[in-house]
Design a binder for this molecule. Structure first.
Ligand code: MTE
Ligand code: MO
Length: 599
């Protein structure tokens, strides 16, 4: 063989390898797109990426999850999904290369991924039954088929095997029949079901058959492959044009299916959106007193006293925010010692006496100085009244149940002490947040809020079930993962301004922030500069003991590096502890410090 020929051959091989990877990529894309489409018929949460992501979240060790929350914050889920997609893409490319030599093995590999997705979907706590496996299974089946057919186009023609036309003529129809079904049907689906935005893309799905036609011939040409086995000098060519057409058609059909699926999944949520838009929150029988004038200091850099909904922190395990239709929503109250179990609709809830309260919510995953705290004006029904109506008696009065387990539509469980809910504090089944129905991300249509307890033991979003039980007999989701059974909020204070490593000018620098000890109240905040004495900060007016309190401290700053530290004292007289603990199992403790350089 001359050098020229060798080089030409090497180039051909590389091109073929690349084409193999492309078939893998296209097949993976087809699998996910079809899965998306099928999930629209089942439920969005049954899609493979969401199911695998959800399963991964539930199995992630607590330390890693905590790390992810700390480092990615609310973006942790985006990173997880991107990670899953990246892994899938790598495997798809690899399977495409495998399929160059072993078409069945490659296709089987795709099916195995489908099996993993299906298993994940079936294992989700909110799985509705065997149908949840369908998106993964159907998607993987189509993906496998696409890979098998595309890889068939990459089979080199043996010397004298009669050229593409002849090959197609000979075996084409059989292959076409095999493949034409699903891909063609997809295209038809696309154009038939979808009248709106998805339309054009769906119609493109009709490109499927074209790709199938392209694919059909060479599928039959496998025989030629076996005999030639890439070896025949000059016989290792394959029809690039047909491959490009087929791969593009398959990709376009997949894009159509995927877009249609997205559109339909979006439509499912539209009922929920409409139900939310229709809600007019009744005037509360017991309105929250106006926020005292001096509660918000209006200092630049300090968290606003009431946190707007769109900047309120969000912590949950939901990869897709559940969109619950309030018109069909129900809450069931039942369990140990519930003499009159009942089920309430959203309308029944709204017809009850509503109370409005300002309550600060904090997350146990919040590190000292961290952002997972927010203060909102909630409207809801008093949970204790409802429990009393159901015949529930708190443990202190001899009731048999000491734990109230709240369950959400996405299968989350949170356990709250019955005693706390019934001790007179404003534990709410909240329907409104800062003057509007709950945002979807914050639990629409109904969530719990209990002053004084971390969110993971009290603030169930998208709630649908309340069960009275005991702490001895049941561990809720986070408790199973190493977090505490009972977790009252720890007294904390935070310096909002100046920011770490700020470079303020010497002179008077306003140091300010927030402090919280929900349901106990904040009585004192002190600031220390370097190793100096603790100096009292000015406390803003108190709204209620269930809310955080702003504070400020005019500091006569001198040039150089300084460390500012803050600590609070709650109304029981206890000073915020200096002892640093991690967030697991019951919340971080320690003092917040900020290092600045004064110029
Ligand atoms: N269904 C559901 N409810 C949930 C959670 C969750 O993961 N799923 N997380 C809890 C935690 S840990 C906290 S701190 C609060 C946060 O509420 P937010 O996202 O509205 O701020 O919701 C709680 N309720
Ligand atoms: Mo939390």
């Amino acid at each position: 063989m001359t050098d020229d020929k060798k080089e030409a051959r090497a180039t051909r091989d590389r091109t073929r390898q690349a084409a193999g990877a492309v078939s893998g990529g296209v097949s993976g894309f087809a699998a996910l797109a079809v899965a998306e489409l099928v999930s629209a018929a089942v439920r969005p949460q049954a899609g493979p990426v969401i199911a695998v992501g959800g399963a991964a979240i539930d199995r992630t060790p607590t330390a890693v999850k905590d790390w992810a929350i700390r480092n990615f914050g609310t973006d942790d889920k985006l990173f997880l999904q991107l990670g899953i997609l990246a892994v899938l893409a790598l495997f798809a490319l690899a399977l495409g290369m495998v399929a160059l030599r072993f078409r069945r093995t490659g296709a089987t590999g795709v099916l195995l991924f489908g099996a993993v997705g299906a298993a994940a979907a079936l294992s989700r706590p909110d799985a509705q039954g065997p149908v949840d496996a369908l998106p993964s299974l159907v998607g993987a089946f189509v993906g496998a088929l696409v890979l098998y057919l595309l890889a068939g186009l990459l089979v080199p023609r043996g010397a004298g095997s009669g050229g593409p036309a002849g090959t197609r003529g000979a075996v084409g129809p059989i292959g076409a029949e095999d493949a034409g079904g699903p891909a063609g049907a997809k295209g038809v689906d696309g154009s038939a079901d979808d009248g709106g935005a998805g339309g054009p893309a769906g119609v493109e799905g009709a490109g499927g058959p074209a790709g199938v036609e392209g694919a059909s011939g060479p599928a039959g040409a496998e025989g030629a492959d076996r005999s030639a086995d890439d070896g025949g000098a000059g016989g290792s060519g394959w029809d690039r044009r047909r491959f490009v057409i087929a791969a593009s058609a398959a990709a376009a059909a997949s894009a159509g299916a995927g877009a249609l699926g997205r559109g339909l999944n979006g439509a499912n949520g539209r009922d929920a959106v409409a139900s939310r838009n229709r809600i007019v929150l009744p005037k509360p029988a017991s309105a929250a007193p106006a926020v005292p004038k001096g509660a918000g200091l209006r200092l630049p850099g300090v968290s606003p006293f009431l946190t707007p909904n769109d900047s309120f922190y969000r912590v949950d395990t939901a990869l897709v925010v559940p969109e619950v239709d309030a018109t069909s929503w129900e809450l069931r109250i039942h369990g140990k010692g519930v003499r009159r179990p009942r089920t309430l609709s959203f309308d029944e809830l709204l017809r009850r006496e509503l109370i409005e309260r300002d309550i600060t919510l904090t997350c146990v995953s919040n590190e000292v100085g961290g952002p997972y705290a927010g203060n909102a004006r909630w409207i809801g029904v008093r949970l204790a009244d409802l429990l009393v109506e159901c015949g529930v008696v708190p443990p202190s009065k001899g009731g048999p149940a000491d734990q109230l387990v709240a369950r959400s539509v996405d299968g989350m469980t949170l356990g709250t002490p019955v005693e706390d809910v019934m001790d007179g504090r404003d534990a709410l089944l909240a329907v409104g947040m800062n003057g509007e129905p709950l945002p979807f991300a914050h639990g629409f249509p109904v969530r719990m809020v209990v002053p004084g307890l971390y969110g993971f033991v009290s603030a169930c979003k998208w709630i649908e079930d309340l069960e009275l039980t005991t702490f001895d007999s049941y561990d809720a989701y986070w408790v199973k993962r190493g977090w505490a059974r009972r977790a009252p909020v720890k007294t904390q204070s935070r310096i909002d301004t100046p920011k770490p490593f700020a470079r303020p000018k010497s002179g008077t620098v306003m140091v300010a922030g927030v402090a919280w000890a929900q349901h106990r109240g904040i009585d004192k905040v002190e600031v220390r500069v370097d190793d100096g004495p603790w100096q009292p900060a000015r406390l803003a007016a108190e709204d209620s003991r269930d809310t955080w309190r702003q504070w400020s401290f005019p500091w006569e700053a001198t040039e150089g590096g300084h460390t500012l530290t803050v600590r609070a004292t709650d109304r029981t007289g206890r000073v915020q502890t200096e002892k640093r603990t991690r967030t697991v199992p019951d919340g971080a403790s320690g003092w917040h410090s900020v290092v600045v350089t004064v110029d």
